[in-house]
Design a protein around this ligand. Structure first.
Ligand SMILES: Nc1ncnc2c1ncn2[C@@H]1O[C@H](COP(=O)(O)OP(=O)(O)OP(=O)(O)O)[C@@H](O)[C@H]1O
Length: 428
């Protein structure tokens, strides 16, 4: 059972495990679940787990116990239901979240690759979710593939013939967000010279991807909630509501649950969006995915995917990938672009970020000292040259000037590092 401090900041968001005998909910200190909410009665309600869900009984409270907009006295609520108790929200969750779906046999879903167990579990959920129109919430660090998952979900759903509309909730001011999302009528505000249909209308018959949902201003959240509940919207300046058929997929890299606890995000909106909730794990927690991703990225960049292994792969496996798959994609694209034509994976110039927090150790005692030092120096040459050419562009005279070495010497270093500059503009 989750307690959400939706409109009452005094109520802490928390998770409570329901004992089989149930709990008493109220403001009194004797209650197992105590809500520090002035709208909650001293002994407000009881919640008992039963076979069909949760039996909820109101104990004659002042402000009532609410389910789906109706005041209840006694009801068996299904798992996943959200109760209104005073100004607080309480969601009733099954003990084993429905996420216990066996992993899919597939190692991809649309363009999303992954053979690790966590990714195959995600594919299994996405496969099921693509058969319905239920809202999906995608959580995960930046670059873990949230947008790709949303696109793949749309492409494999029955809505694939309809539009896929991306809306970035963090990109605009509050007024702009309202008009971009819900639309406006001519004259609704200064500068509204003509009618504008928003992203919701544009996604009719398809999917609306709400990116960075955690950045949606609190003031816009009730309007989005109504839209999710009723599938209708009243554009700014309009008299009547307009109805559209839209599937919602939202994503954020933030911890939305703690945003709810902190009062920055409405708990009721969270639950509406998170009918299916999927956590995309960071790449460092599913290193099994690195070799197949590297092969796929090599192929995508027109290089051979043979011989992915050895110390070069070990380096990639040791690295923390703060930018996740996006960073891996960029690293591989650069390695192919800067490598010799037909270069083997082991000889490609692979450049990794080595800032303090994510720095991998530069040496390991897994080979003899001289060999290890030579390998490190070779890596140094490769990384230095790759970065140098990134900075200088294709002009080798400029590169030599920046590195403060003779151009002839630079040629030798580049050759040793296995780098063939693309263009030698400015060269004799
Ligand atoms: N599992 C994956 N398989 C293949 N490519 C992936 C995978 N995950 C991410 N990518 C690639 O990484 C890049 C970033 O993915 P995407 O934009 O979907 O991430 P995101 O989680 O939405 O990031 P952000 O939060 O920064 O918007 C894209 O080029 C995408 O193709």
């Amino acid at each position: 059972m989750r307690v959400v401090g939706a409109t009452e900041p005094l109520v802490r968001a928390r998770m409570v495990t329901l004992p089989t005998v149930g709990v008493l909910v109220g403001a009194d200190s004797s209650c197992e679940v105590r809500l520090e909410d002035p709208a909650v009665s001293r002994k407000h309600a009881t919640i008992v787990p039963v076979a069909e869900g949760f039996e909820v009984s109101d104990l004659g409270s002042r402000n009532g116990t609410w389910l789906d907009g109706a005041r209840i006295t006694r009801v068996v609520a299904p798992a996943g239901a959200t109760l209104g108790i005073g100004n607080s929200l309480v969601q009733l969750l099954p003990e084993e979240d429905s996420l216990d779906i066996p992993p899919s046999e597939a190692t991809s879903f649309g363009d999303l690759f992954g053979s690790s167990e966590p990714m195959r579990r995600i594919f299994a959920i996405l496969e099921r979710a693509s058969r319905s129109s239920a809202p999906v919430l995608l959580l995960g660090e930046s670059g873990t593939g949230k947008e790709l998952a949303a696109r793949a979900l749309h492409a494999s759903s029955l809505r694939r013939g309809g539009p896929f509309v991306v809306f970035d909730c963090g990109a605009a001011s509050t007024t702009l967000i309202e008009s971009e999302l819900f639309g406006h009528k001519k004259g609704a505000f200064t500068g509204a010279h003509r009618d504008h249909s928003g992203a919701f209308a544009a996604a009719h018959g398809g999917t609306l991807f709400l990116d960075e949902i955690g950045d949606l201003p609190l003031s816009v959240q009730p309007k989005l909630l109504r839209l999710l509940e009723r599938s209708e919207v009243t554009p700014l300046g309009a008299r009547a509501a307009e109805r559209y058929d839209v599937r919602f997929v939202a994503a954020t890299h933030r911890n939305l649950w703690s945003d709810v606890g902190a009062g920055h995000f409405r708990g009721d909106l969270y639950y509406r969006l998170a009918v299916v909730e999927i956590h995309l794990p960071p790449l460092r927690q599913r290193k099994d995915d690195i070799p197949p991703l590297v092969r796929a990225l090599l192929r995508a960049n027109g290089a051979s995917d043979a011989e992915v292994g050895g110390p070069q792969l070990e380096r990639l496996l040791r690295y923390a990938w703060p930018g996740n798959v996006r960073e891996l994609r960029n690293v591989m694209a650069r390695a192919v672009a800067l490598g010799m034509p037909g270069a083997k994976f082991g000889d490609m110039p692979i450049l990794l970020r080595t800032d303090g927090a994510t720095r991998e150790p530069i040496a390991q005692a897994d080979m003899p000292y001289i060999e290890a030092k030579e390998a490190l120096l070779a890596r140094f040459d490769r990384d230095y040259c790759a970065d140098l050419l990134n900075r200088s562009g294709p002009n080798l005279s400029e590169a030599a000037r920046m590195a403060k070495i003779e151009r002839k010497y630079l040629y030798r270093v580049l050759e040793r590092a296995g780098i063939r500059p693309r263009d030698t503009q400015g060269d004799e």
